[in-house]
Design a protein around this ligand. Structure first.
Ligand code: C2E
Ligand code: CA
Ligand code: CA
Ligand code: CA
Length: 278
């Protein structure tokens, strides 16, 4: 209910004063979250459509708040973007993910290519390329095992400078991925100019499958386009066996979704990988 009163409670559309209060509290606490070691990375498996082996992972940040418990990145990443903390948080994520991928590489388990999400401020920061290089050097992770995920809308917000930034990052030998694809307004001619390796089809295209017959056609078309550009295709948000069945007939490469696994702490992730090795 919006703007009305039910059971003595008032509901307002937009931001209420308690929402605002909550936001301010989180903001204050976020400033000390890093130094207090409250941030954690979870890893969600990306599974090969054909072999069903885990070959990659997406690192997803979580905030283990001392009194409020786990807080979703959907809640605190926007705050961090507002107050600039995203630069130090993003840097921590990058370094932590590289260290973890190198631990896995040295362990007796298959190599895992780790993706990190890059926010707009990080991407546009003049020193971003140097920071990625530094994280690779410090962790000793081979660049080919790191993938950077940039959302479609970020990449398209300034095409010319994106191309330049992508090309700079590409010289380091890392993989580049376009996230949430299909939600922005990419034109093919632009996508072709980016030195990309991977395209992630947004979850919103998958939720309607199999009920919505048009949806799978749309996904097929996106996959065909990505393949024409020689990109690896990740399908996000696969939750049901029926969805996987329909995707089985497509040219997609990797599947990421709750059907296989939700994001896991590092130790549970490696157990998951090993339990699937054939
Ligand atoms: P994203 O990059 O699109 O990440 C995928 C999100 O979808 C994750 O949510 C993941 O848990 C969720 N997901 C995966 N499979 C399924 C599925 O089958 N069904 C459903 N319903 N959801 C699924 P999460 O971890 O809550 O992250 C949300 C968003 O927060 C991310 O969306 C990303 O935009 C942002 N984020 C997370 N970690 C970072 C980070 O380290 N840096 C930045 N800049 N953003 C981050
Ligand atoms: Ca290994
Ligand atoms: Ca992502
Ligand atoms: Ca995504």
């Amino acid at each position: 209910k919006q703007g009305g009163a039910t059971n003595g409670f008032c509901f307002y559309s937009g931001t209420s004063s308690s929402d605002l209060q909550e936001k301010l509290e989180l903001e204050t606490d976020l400033h000390t979250a890093l130094e207090n070691d409250e941030l954690m990375l979870f890893y969600q498996p990306k599974v090969d459509l054909i072999t069903k082996q885990v070959t990659a992972a997406e690192a997803l940040v979580r905030w283990n708040h001392p009194t409020k418990g786990f807080i979703s990145p959907v809640q605190f990443i926007p705050l961090a973007e507002e107050n600039g903390l995203i630069l130090s948080i993003g840097d921590w994520v990058l370094n932590e993910a590289c260290k973890q991928a190198e631990i896995w590489r040295r362990a007796s388990m298959p190599d895992i290519k780790v993706s990190v999400n890059v926010s707009g401020q990080q991407f546009k920061e003049a020193t971003y390329q140097a920071r990625v290089q530094e994280a690779l050097k410090n962790s000793e992770l081979p660049p080919s095992l790191l993938m950077l995920e940039m959302t479609e809308s970020l990449a398209m917000s300034d095409v010319e400078s994106s191309i330049e930034l992508f090309e700079g990052l590409k010289t380091l030998g890392v993989g580049l991925s376009i996230d949430d694809f299909g939600t922005g307004y990419s034109s093919l001619s632009y996508l072709k100019k980016f030195p990309l390796d991977e395209l992630k089809v947004d979850r919103s295209f998958i939720t309607g499958i199999p009920e919505n017959k048009d949806e799978i056609q749309l996904v097929q078309a996106i996959i065909a386009m990505a393949k024409a550009l020689r990109l690896s295709v990740v399908i996000e948000g696969v939750e049901t066996a029926a969805q996987l069945n329909l995707l089985q007939a497509t040219q997609s490469d990797l599947i990421q979704g709750f059907l296989f696994s939700k994001p896991l702490p590092a130790d549970e992730f490696s157990e998951y990988v090993m339990s699937n090795v054939s």
